[in-house]
Ligand binder design. Structure first.
Ligand code: PLP
Length: 419
């Protein structure tokens, strides 16, 4: 379902909580992202409750959407953070996260990022390379941190039921360490006196269609860590799925948790959801610039494109497109495309959609995750503003302004260098 308690159609108008989206959109330039903080809070609470039987601690995966108002909302509710770069650590600290509540993941952390994270007192490192253990140990020793908590990221070599481009836990993927490499690292743990290697981390992909691969991976994990009583934490990663089409249903969380429970019994459990918290709380609002009919097709050329939302171009993702006010002019099959000079800049192809006119506004639905976070300046386009509807449901604010031409140019320098 693409509609929910917060984002829904009432009397032919698309609403976010108590506000019609058209009323927000007419105050701002399009394209613009609009998020419901109420829905984000509700998603967080729902996941927290569903995973309560295994006592999971939730670390929001900031890469899904690192909007400052969203981060603050989740941190205020007690969420930890899953960060994947020094930049994400800085942003989430700025939004109020406690360093202890941040886990730092990533397949290619630099020595500088590792040093920064240790200086700030980050809670956990999810480690994906043997050399990385050495770097973390050296940094901890030189900064004077006695023990840094480490979880080793396991690549269980299972094939997850998801899009190949968002699958991470199969053999041949760049992510994680094999069972053999983990065994070797644990056997040689005394070489890292400043590390406490006490966790194992799993993240086999995003938008996971069913639990089979997760359960398979967990069975392998238990086998792997059984001989090591020091390992007291299993981090299950993210990957909880979201419905992107009106007719799509997703597996029950309660069932997933009851299947997982026996595998994690006796361990502290961490979870790193991103998409499941923010995806259905956000929309991307755009305006129809042109309507072109050629080669037997109708093209709606809108002012949003792959630079605001790259998922359709990158993964063939489908997002529903809903007019802000339902026009009464019948349905057509159309191509909804952006202005970017790329053939893949198509937001919907051969999509049945309400007939639109120049100037009509539409919402690209379920765009709260991996939308703005992946936005770019390609074609020297300005990244859009982000507006948030407050938890009270009837006030809203701009939490990030639209970029300006000045923003595009601000990093230009002319520095002469000598070798
Ligand atoms: C991307 C990512 C997540 C979040 O994934 P979602 O599918 O958005 O829940 C969690 N953990 C790690 C290590 C990731 O890379």
């Amino acid at each position: 379902m693409i509609f929910n308690n917060s984002i829904r159609v009432v009397d032919a108008a698309l609403m976010i909580d108590d506000l019609p989206v058209y009323a927000i959109a007419r105050e701002l330039e399009t394209p613009v992202y609009v998020y419901s903080l109420k829905r984000i809070q509700e998603n967080y609470r729902r996941l927290k409750a569903a995973f309560a039987p295994v006592g999971a601690r939730l670390h929001y995966s900031a890469k899904a959407n690192s909007n400052a108002a969203i981060l603050r909302t989740l941190i205020d509710k007690g969420a930890g953070i899953d960060a994947v770069s020094g930049g994400e650590i800085a942003r989430t600290l700025r939004a109020g996260a406690a360093a202890q509540d941040i886990v730092f993941a990533g397949v290619g952390k630099t020595v500088a990022e590792i040093g920064y994270a240790i200086e700030r007192g980050i809670g956990w490192f999810n480690v994906e390379n043997e050399l990385e253990l050495q770097y973390i140990n050296e940094a901890a020793s030189s900064i004077g941190t006695e023990k840094v908590q480490v979880a080793l990221r396991f690549n269980p070599e299972v094939r997850a039921d998801t899009h190949p481009q968002i699958s991470t836990g199969h053999g041949g993927a760049k992510f994680g360490l094999t069972a053999a490499a983990i065994g070797k690292a644990l056997a040689g743990a005394e070489r890292y006196p400043n590390l406490s290697i006490c966790g194992v981390h799993l993240h086999i992909g995003s938008q996971l269609g069913d639990s089979a691969a997760t359960l398979q991976a967990l069975a392998k994990t238990r086998q792997l860590i059984k001989p090591y009583p020091n390992i007291h934490t299993i981090n299950l990663g993210g990957g909880l799925p979201v419905a992107y089409r009106q007719d799509q249903s997703i597996p029950s969380l309660e069932e997933l948790v009851s299947e997982i429970a026996p595998h994690v019994h006796g361990y502290q459990v961490l979870l790193e959801p991103g998409r499941a918290i923010v995806a259905d709380a956000g929309i991307l609002v755009a305006t129809v610039l042109y309507v072109k009919e050629q080669a037997g097709k109708i093209f709606y050329i809108i002012d949003a494109s792959m630079t605001e939302l790259i998922r359709p171009a990158l993964y063939g993702a489908q997002h529903e497109i809903v007019p802000l006010t339902q026009p009464d002019d019948g349905w057509v099959v159309a191509q909804v495309v952006g202005p970017v000079c790329e053939s893949t800049d198509v937001l919907a192809s051969d999509r049945e959609i309400a007939r639109l006119q120049v100037g009509d506004r539409v919402a690209i639905m379920t765009a709260g995750a991996y939308g703005m976070a992946m936005a770019s300046n390609y074609n020297s386009r300005l990244r859009p503003a982000e507006a948030v509807v407050a938890v009270d449901g009837d006030s809203w604010s701009v939490s990030r302004r639209r970029e300006t031409i000045g923003d595009l140019l601000y990093a230009n320098v002319s520095e002469s260098r000598k070798v």
